[in-house]
Design a binder for this molecule. Structure first.
Ligand code: SAH
Ligand code: MG
Length: 191
């Protein structure tokens, strides 16, 4: 069933996490005993299903603004009988208020808004919580700007660089960058 979702994503160009990225994330969740996860950007539910399958103790809240993808995600989550552990919200994460505390916030939505997501949701992070952000490499375009082909891509690359600068200058969090998948940032509260 997971393969079906992977195939659908490929055929319909839904940018789900890359294989090694999601593997790393799931392993991270297991090793750090993470129980409550907030995900920004559900797409068709792939990463939230993968994360929920790590352990029965895991509960996820995930936000998606595209109604079509949201509907597909709901049906995928149903297929895995995970409606009781994955709470999917249809809405714009820039304007959504979330209650509760999470041990992990996974940011994987519109790349230009990472600073806003980070600032909006860090209040929902438990004191030992971690924020993981995906797509810091943006398919290699961040490091090799000669690969940039469109104005839109250039804008996103600029925003990703601003986000990295924001993380590097953040006094509350320290961040480690990993060249896994499409590049992920792991931000931990400085104690
Ligand atoms: N995490 C998913 C992939 C997410 S792709 C996985 O790996 O399976 C990014 C998704 O974020 C897209 O579906 C897009 O519609 C959504 N998105 C972008 N901006 C958003 C916003 N402001 N609020 C909520 N969702 C957003
Ligand atoms: Mg991603």
């Amino acid at each position: 069933m997971l393969e079906e979702i992977e195939l659908y994503a490929k055929e319909n160009r839904v940018p789900i996490m890359m294989k090694d990225g999601i593997e790393y994330l799931c392993n991270f969740i297991k090793m750090n005993n993470i129980r409550n996860i907030l995900e920004i950007g559900s797409a068709i539910g792939y990463s939230s299903i993968k994360m929920a399958l790590v352990s029965d103790d895991i509960n996820i809240t995930t936000i998606e603004k595209d109604e079509n993808r949201y509907n597909i995600a709901v049906s995928n989550i149903d297929k895995f009988n995970l409606r009781n552990r994955i709470n999917i919200i249809l809405g714009d994460a820039l304007e959504t208020e979330i209650e509760g505390e999470f041990d992990l916030i996974f940011i994987d939505a519109s790349k230009g808004n990472n600073i806003n997501f980070f600032n909006n949701y860090s209040k929902n992070l438990s004191s030992y919580g971690i924020i993981i952000t995906d797509n810091l490499l943006f398919h290699g375009l961040v490091r090799d700007e000669s690969l940039i082909e469109t104005r839109n891509q250039r804008g996103i690359v600029r925003k990703i660089k601003q986000f990295v600068e924001f993380l590097d200058n953040n006094n509350e969090f320290e961040t480690e960058y990993l060249d896994i998948g499409d590049g992920i940032a792991i931000s931990r509260r400085i104690k």
